[in-house]
Design a protein around this ligand. Structure first.
Ligand code: NAD
Length: 254
């Protein structure tokens, strides 16, 4: 058995022992579904600097650029389907080994893999619709797309006149309180915390693995490259997520 296979076997044993498992996912779990992450070669950041929330609010040019990028990215996201990583997590949720998936992703692939919405905690919002920043009124993206003006800008909110923005959390934007609270509760009660495909540098999301470890959970990190939290985790597997998670699709954990 090679070193990676041995680590997968350890993880399978820990999953069997877990009764309050929590998964924590980042953009890396979706790269094998064809959605680029932020920091890998070819990722979004190799082409675009992120637009800060304050810049979105203050600058019409930035809003226009944000919407241009949004619709460009959506063409890729629309084609994406869950991969073995998402499907293995969905199976572990169905087996009640994993009780919650805290995700930084906005791509809806956990939902598409069959995980009930009540088990998914989206820390950075959802890219599948838009919201008014002032009153929270929901707008569907098809409506936004068909109401863009000649400059590529959506109208202001029909209810209150506020700015309409994709329902995702930008850098510098306040975190969603309810999701943060749910993530805290799930993390504090976790006996196994499995971080998959996150560089673990985006805060406050990256504080959750630390909190889990402090509360006595086994902390496992699966990522193709090192992360700043490798030193504190109980098991680190530097490999592609599909290769690590596929074995979980082929066995039961009851
Ligand atoms: P990140 O881009 O900072 O890190 C992704 C990590 O995953 C990297 O360390 C990379 O080496 C690793 N990785 C990539 N593909 C992998 C694979 N197949 N197997 C194993 N490891 C792999 O992403 P992050 O930590 O989630 O933080 C960036 C922010 O980007 C998040 O807030 C998220 O909201 C947003 N984002 C989301 C999506 C999405 O929804 N799919 C895509 C891009 C960015």
């Amino acid at each position: 058995m090679d070193a990676i296979a041995e680590k997968i076997a350890v993880l399978q044993g820990w999953v069997r022992e877990a009764s309050n498992g929590v998964a924590f996912t980042g953009a890396g779990i979706s790269t094998e579904s064809g959605i680029p992450d932020f920091r890998s070669p070819g990722g979004f950041w190799t082409r675009n600097q992120p637009i800060q929330f304050d810049d979105f609010v203050q600058s019409a040019e930035m809003r226009k650029e944000a919407w241009r990028r949004k619709f460009e990215i959506d063409a890729t996201v629309a084609e994406a389907r869950p991969n073995a990583g998402h499907n293995a997590l969905a199976k572990l949720v169905a087996e009640e080994r994993i009780l919650a998936i805290i995700t930084q992703n906005i791509d809806n692939l956990h939902q598409m893999s069959g995980v009930p919405v009540s088990k998914i905690i989206e820390l950075h919002g959802n890219g599948g619709y838009a919201k008014c920043l002032s009153c929270g009124h929901r707008y569907e993206l098809d409506w936004v797309r068909s109401n863009l003006d000649a400059d590529g800008m959506p109208p202001d909110c029909g209810t209150c006149g506020g700015l309409i923005k994709s329902a995702t959390i930008s850098f510098g934007q306040p975190m969603p309180q309810e999701e943060m609270q749910r993530a805290h509760v799930a993390t504090a009660g976790a006996d196994l915390f499995l971080a998959l495909g996150s560089s673990l540098v985006v805060r406050p999301a990256a504080d959750f693995p630390i909190l889990a470890k402090q509360n006595g959970a086994r902390l496992v990190i699966v990522n193709r490259e090192p992360t700043p939290l490798d030193a504190i985790c109980d098991l680190v597997i530097h490999a592609e997520i599909e290769s690590v998670m596929t074995p979980f699709l082929n066995c039961t954990h009851d």
